[in-house]
Design a protein around this ligand. Structure first.
Ligand SMILES: *[C@@H]1O[C@H](CO)[C@@H](O)[C@H](O)[C@H]1NC(C)=O
Ligand SMILES: *[C@@H]1O[C@H](CO)[C@@H](O)[C@H](O)[C@H]1NC(C)=O
Ligand SMILES: *[C@@H]1O[C@H](CO)[C@@H](O)[C@H](O)[C@H]1NC(C)=O
Ligand SMILES: *[C@@H]1O[C@H](CO)[C@@H](O)[C@H](O)[C@H]1NC(C)=O
Ligand SMILES: *[C@@H]1O[C@H](CO)[C@@H](O)[C@H](O)[C@H]1NC(C)=O
Ligand SMILES: *[C@@H]1O[C@H](CO)[C@@H](O)[C@H](O)[C@H]1NC(C)=O
Length: 511
């Protein structure tokens, strides 16, 4: 053996552990659906969430954590690390018969993690498009998938019906194991079914290969359905929707407990980073509450975009802390890829940041701002405590910024948040079980198209400061204008009746 060769071996043996300073952690991301700000024990809820409270108390609770206001956009940003305006998906969600999905040239989180050597698994709700096979999770980086492709369905029989006006009605099963339709689970409550599938995956993992597990629970989205046993502790809740919702939260809490217990039982926990996150604010029409925040799901008020979230696991440097730094759902992709020792050297620029130092050591967030969204097609006509859509007052005085303030948009910068255009359901909903007069007062005034809040001091968005701080308004409008220049055209095709699942019995690719 030549000494030259020997030296190479020695250098190699010494160098490798230096380069690979940290082992690649397992990453488990549990996403709740439509889970409201007020619906977790540690935010003072009347709903019991012992597992979530305990797990988050041992980790880092994220109290200035932002998500998107509806399902598809949050999931899209989790998977791409990019704002909605940068994927053309700034408007609404993907409805069952719309022929589009997250653009295929976008590289998704599991693809990055696979490149870094991970096995990748998904259980639960996809909602990122299904019209053709290339859109499915198994074609976009997941080694295994068990779940449903649309946005909602029956929790027990796993079917969904959908109307295309004027009178087409389509019904079908929406549950798949990989790409195959899974017919044998009728009657299995999805929260239990999905947590059991997640547990099975954890039990199969080997300690020599890191894994990424994305569990996108159906809980606690409508329809309101839960096995009776979860309702028992909630006879004190008079509002029936809220009572069933509370039971659904309890089932979800137990599911998270079961998944965590499986990680601990199998020894994977020591090398796991677990994130729990809602996908958007709670839906007050279906039992959810974001009290005391304003608005709700579908709006850019804090009730729509400020989310429940926490990180747990022994790899956190500062456990048992509460984090008040700005963190956004688009940050998970660069954070996880960094933890995995992978690379985000891709042709498409990311909007997210690696926030691991912020979460783990309490470093300042690398984020200066969050673009909540810019959606020129927005409208919201859902019932809102008697609010009727009001016209917008003139925004002429802001014209020189270049940004069209009739457009529905919102941006966060430091303490400030600016909202423009029609902001949909803008009410303060009462605390569950309370009935005071405040929310019965409805304004008939035209809406101010520009509103400015100091969110840190006024998280309930009660004091519009746009008149007092016109310089701040102009600065933020300019930022919106610059963002809007980078927006892709909106992808939002009409519904295609060829989606009809009756031929196969199941929702799935049709072209
Ligand atoms: C599934 O349950 C819903 C009620 O949520 C019901 O309307 C529908 O008919 C059921 N579908 C099947 C195939 O059993
Ligand atoms: C949690 O695990 C227990 C014990 O296996 C099981 O009885 C229960 O149904 C599980 N709960 C959920 C929500 O999966
Ligand atoms: C990114 O990839 C390109 C093309 O492969 C390469 O030229 C460049 O050096 C890479 N940059 C970094 C920072 O790795
Ligand atoms: C991690 O925590 C320890 C103990 O609290 C502390 O001394 C150390 O500075 C922390 N590391 C970083 C990078 O903040
Ligand atoms: C401003 O935006 C609104 C809402 O999207 C739109 O209806 C209007 O045409 C826009 N005005 C101009 C001048 O582009
Ligand atoms: C709240 O109070 C109003 C007026 O007193 C009453 O009409 C309404 O039914 C009450 N709502 C609930 C949920 O108790």
């Amino acid at each position: 053996m030549s000494s030259e060769w020997l030296r190479c071996v020695v250098v190699f043996l010494v160098a490798v552990p230096l380069v690979k300073a940290a082992p690649q952690p397992n990453i488990v991301f549990i996403m709740a659906d439509d889970y409201g700000w007020h619906d977790i024990g540690y935010h003072g809820s009347e709903i019991h969430t012992p597992h979530l409270d305990k797990l988050s108390a041992s980790g880092v609770r994220l109290e200035r954590y932002y998500i998107q206001p509806i399902c598809t956009p949050s999931r899209n940003q989790l998977m791409t690390g990019r704002y909605q305006i940068h994927t053309g998906m700034q408007h609404s969600i993907i409805w069952p018969c719309q022929p589009y999905c997250v653009p295929l040239e976008e590289k998704l989180l599991p693809q990055y993690l696979k490149e870094a050597g991970y096995s990748t698994h998904m259980v639960g709700k996809w909602h990122l498009g299904l019209y053709k096979k290339d859109c499915l999770p198994t074609r976009r980086g997941f080694d295994t998938y068990f779940g449903y492709l649309l946005g909602s369905e029956d929790y027990f029989n796993h079917t969904q019906c959908w109307h295309i006006p004027p009178k087409k009605r389509f019904c079908g099963l929406d549950l798949r194991d990989g790409e195959e339709v899974a017919t044998e689970y009728a009657g299995d409550y999805s929260t239990e079914l999905f947590s059991q599938k997640a547990v099975n995956i954890i039990e199969k993992q080997q300690s020599n290969k890191p894994f990424f597990l994305y569990v996108a629970l159906q809980a606690v989205h409508a329809p309101l359905q839960v096995p009776d046993k979860y309702l028992e502790p909630y006879s004190f809740i008079k509002d029936l929707d809220r009572r069933i919702y509370a039971g659904m939260v309890s089932a979800m809490d137990e599911a998270v407990g079961n998944i965590t217990a499986a990680l601990q039982r199998t020894g994977h926990w020591e090398n796991t980073v677990l994130v729990f996150s809602t996908d958007n604010g709670g839906q007050t029409l279906s039992g959810g509450s974001n009290w005391p925040l304003r608005g709700r799901k579908t709006t850019l008020w804090e009730g729509g975009v400020r989310g429940v979230g926490f990180v747990a696991g022994p790899l956190l440097n500062q456990s048992g802390t509460v984090n008040h730094e700005l963190i956004h759902i688009s940050d998970w992709l660069p954070t996880f890829v960094a933890l995995a020792g992978g690379s985000t050297n891709t042709s498409k620029p990311l909007d997210g940041f690696n926030v691991w130092p912020t979460i783990s050591y309490g470093a300042a967030s690398p984020r200066l701002d969050i673009l909540h969204n810019i959606d020129p097609l927005y409208f919201d006509d859902t019932p809102c405590l008697g609010r009727t859509p009001r016209p917008l007052a003139s925004g002429d005085r802001w014209a020189k910024s270049g940004f069209n303030v009739s457009i529905h948009a919102a941006i966060r910068f430091s303490n400030w948040k600016l909202l423009t255009g029609d902001q949909g359901c803008d009410r303060w909903f009462p605390r569950p079980g309370e009935n005071t007069s405040e929310w019965r007062q409805i304004s008939e005034e035209p809406q101010n198209p520009v509103r400015l809040f100091d969110i840190v001091n006024d998280p309930e968005e009660r004091n519009d400061l746009s008149d007092q701080f016109p310089t701040v308004v102009n600065h933020l409008l300019t930022r919106l204008y610059n963002y809007q220049k980078t927006a892709l055209p909106i992808i939002y095709p009409g519904e295609d009746p060829r989606c009809d699942p009756s031929a196969t019995g199941a929702w799935g690719p049709w072209t």
